[in-house]
Design a protein around this ligand. Structure first.
Ligand code: DX5
Ligand code: ZN
Length: 217
């Protein structure tokens, strides 16, 4: 399967987001990753529904929304109305997991589930048949620019095995600390979608580094 690259706009110039969306479009990346933080589920506040709406109005790219918020179920309709193409939420949030997945699916978009680095991967197994995305956080959620936690890669391999054994359609995504080196590790572990923020936005030529992440030598 071709590896997808999903730049995280958390590392974009938020005062000139249109310019950075254009940079992502021209880089050949596959999707835009949109990190929503509420200051309660994680110790940071990012951006939310109105910003997603503005982004969706200025691009046709697939919008992959990662909710790091305490009650995702409450906000599914608002994020779908604002243009989300897929919504991934945390198993450790306070919303009921099944009800949240059903709500996302009832709106006709893909559902994703994710776990913090310390949460056992088996928590995700009962839901994989309904999911489009199983996201393994390779940093503690909340901030861009952190170091990759290599120990989390055993979860990627476990998910890959479980998904392939059952013939599920779910992709395995890795988010946090992805660069040219760690991309190799994540792909070898079985990832098929890599989120990258600080590494991609720091690069003078985003197209070159996107290609490098997809095809690590
Ligand atoms: C962290 C976010 C990530 C983050 C990745 O909570 O979910 O998507 O933006 O940024 P880098 O690639 O800089 O670790
Ligand atoms: Zn993210």
């Amino acid at each position: 399967m071709a590896i997808k690259i999903s730049p995280s706009v958390l590392s974009a110039d938020l005062a000139d987001l249109k310019k950075d969306i254009k940079r992502i479009e021209e880089s050949g990346a596959d999707r835009i990753h949109f990190d929503v933080m509420d200051g309660i589920f994680v110790d940071n506040i990012s951006f939310g529904i109105p910003v997603l709406k503005s982004v969706s109005e200025c691009t046709d790219m697939f919008l992959d929304v990662h909710l790091m918020i305490i009650d995702p179920l409450k906000y599914i309709d608002a994020f779908v109305d604002a243009g989300a193409d897929m919504i991934t939420f945390h198993a450790e949030s306070e919303s009921d997991i099944s009800a949240t997945i059903e709500k996302i699916l009832s709106r006709g978009i893909g559902a994703g589930l994710t776990i913090r680095p310390k949460t056992p991967v088996e928590v995700m197994f009962p839901y994989l048949s309904k999911l489009s995305n199983a996201l393994v956080m390779s940093v503690e959620p909340g901030f861009g620019g952190q170091g990759f936690i290599a120990e989390t890669m055993s979860k990627v391999t476990a998910l890959r095995k479980e998904i392939d054994r059952n013939g599920y359609k779910c992709q395995v995504q890795v988010d946090g600390g992805i660069n040219a080196e760690t991309a190799k590790i994540a792909i070898a572990a079985g990832a098929d979608d890599l989120v990258s923020g600080s590494y991609l936005f720091k690069a003078p030529d985003m197209e070159k580094v996107v290609e490098g992440l997809r095809l690590p030598d």
